[in-house]
Design a protein around this ligand. Sequence first.
Ligand SMILES: [Zn+2]
Length: 126
Amino acid sequence: MTIYRGGSPAAISWRPNICMVVCHAGVNAIMNKNASDVFGCTLYVAIFPCNECAKVIIQAGIKEIIYASDQDKDRPSIVAAKKMLDMAGVVHRAYNLSQRRVVIDFQAIDWNSPLKNACREDHSCL
Ligand SMILES: [Zn+2]
């Protein structure tokens, strides 16, 4: 969860509800991606996304969500999120916690590989 770009918690003395001025992790991940788009991609999140994040996830074309915790599963926003995701065909499943780390080794990536660019252009890697 992040305060909108340019905002700060101290400057927002009028806030009636913190959720009105923050960007949740799901939206942040999509808005600050390091690719031209995320169509067909998998989104890894710590906590199951809310209804507001689910709408952005669906619109962005995310096809799978892997979450570590479904701790808020009974909240109306999470119930709504799951219904929307199901209707849109977005798969969601719990992360296997027997794997305690997700490692992205940027040094192991062959940045000169022609396959790197093909992935972004035609999604053939999906
Ligand atoms: Zn959210």
